[in-house]
Design a protein around this ligand. Structure first.
Ligand code: FE2
Length: 306
């Protein structure tokens, strides 16, 4: 069975294009590279040509997830296993792959209707070390764990999403079962992994946007603090205070990015676990900030009153 190996890139459609580039550079510390056409910019965080594409448009949301497979054999096998399961797949042209800076790409949709691109062979610019947009103590943690993780709105429901992402070779399931006063059943949050990173994709309750948050991990603890200071200096609202997640043990905080979903900056995540377990709340912290965190965001804090 072919399986995806990492979240390689994401494509975001953003309304406030110039603001996003400034936020990415001066707040998050990403490297901004002007795109190959107007209204497109690339964001780098390691040797890859890019990890994020910013497209100026009105979506103000996630447009595409780019999931990697190891090579050509796995790419072809993945297309076959998807088609055998009834998923419509279109193999991209040479030009479409070139536009993504990969060797081959295929396009499909997940059960929520979110755009998925499965690719192999990203362009790695070995001659071009990452140059952060502002001072950093250390690098972003990417490597075999991919660019980070993303929490998405679970529009299609647990069963359909679980079946689809299992088909891509991912493992995981419910990791938080959070009791919420007034609801007959607790709220389930699902987390799926495909490498050492505890989770690559997560699914929260349905929200207004596909994207709940996009997480970047830094290798030096002090870079979480530096990012928090950059957020405060820029007058950007913190939506979820610093704290430690029970599942990935990540020390992190969340701010609201220029598209109105959250950016999480974290440090110290543990490796993915091989046996399932669940939590009712986080280890400590991660309190939502009243007046900033919307109900969609609050669920992500995993700290609904117990
Ligand atoms: Fe997260």
């Amino acid at each position: 069975m072919s399986q995806v190996t990492e979240l390689g890139y994401v494509v975001l459609g953003v309304k406030r294009f110039e603001r996003w580039k400034e936020f990415a550079s001066t707040v998050l510390g990403l490297e901004v590279v002007e795109g190959d056409r107007p209204a497109r910019a690339f964001l780098r965080m390691d040797y890859w040509h890019h990890r994020i594409v910013l497209e100026e448009n009105d979506a103000d949301d996630l447009l595409l997830l780019g999931l990697r497979v190891a090579g050509q054999d796995e790419f072809e096998a993945m297309a076959k296993q998807l088609e055998a399961a009834g998923v419509t797949v279109r193999t991209g042209s040479f030009e479409e792959a070139a536009e993504r800076h990969v060797l081959q790409v295929m396009m499909l949709e997940d059960p929520n209707g979110y755009g998925i691109e499965i690719f192999h062979g990203p362009q790695v610019q070995a001659n071009r070390p990452f140059h952060p947009g502002r001072r950093m103590h250390g690098p972003f943690k990417t490597g075999s764990g991919g660019l980070g993780h993303m929490m998405l709105s679970n529009r299609a429901g647990y069963d359909k999403n679980y079946a689809f992402y299992r088909l891509l070779g991912m493992r995981g399931g419910v990791e938080y079962r959070v009791p919420v006063p007034g609801l007959p059943r607790p709220v389930d949050l699902m987390f799926m992994h495909c490498n050492d990173r505890d989770h690559t994709l997560a699914f929260g309750p349905p929200g207004a946007k596909a994207a709940n948050h996009l997480m970047f991990e830094v290798e030096n603890f002090d870079d979480v603090g530096l990012a928090l200071e950059a957020v405060r200096e820029a007058g950007i609202p913190v939506a979820i205070e610093p704290g430690s997640h029970a599942n990935d043990r990540m020390y992190s905080f969340y701010c609201v990015n220029p598209s109105g979903f959250m950016s999480e900056i974290g440090w110290g995540g543990r490796s993915s676990t091989h046996q399932s377990e669940f939590y009712q709340r986080d280890t400590f912290g991660h309190a939502t900030v009243p007046g900033v965190a919307t109900p969609d965001m609050q669920v992500d804090a995993n700290l609904a009153p117990v």
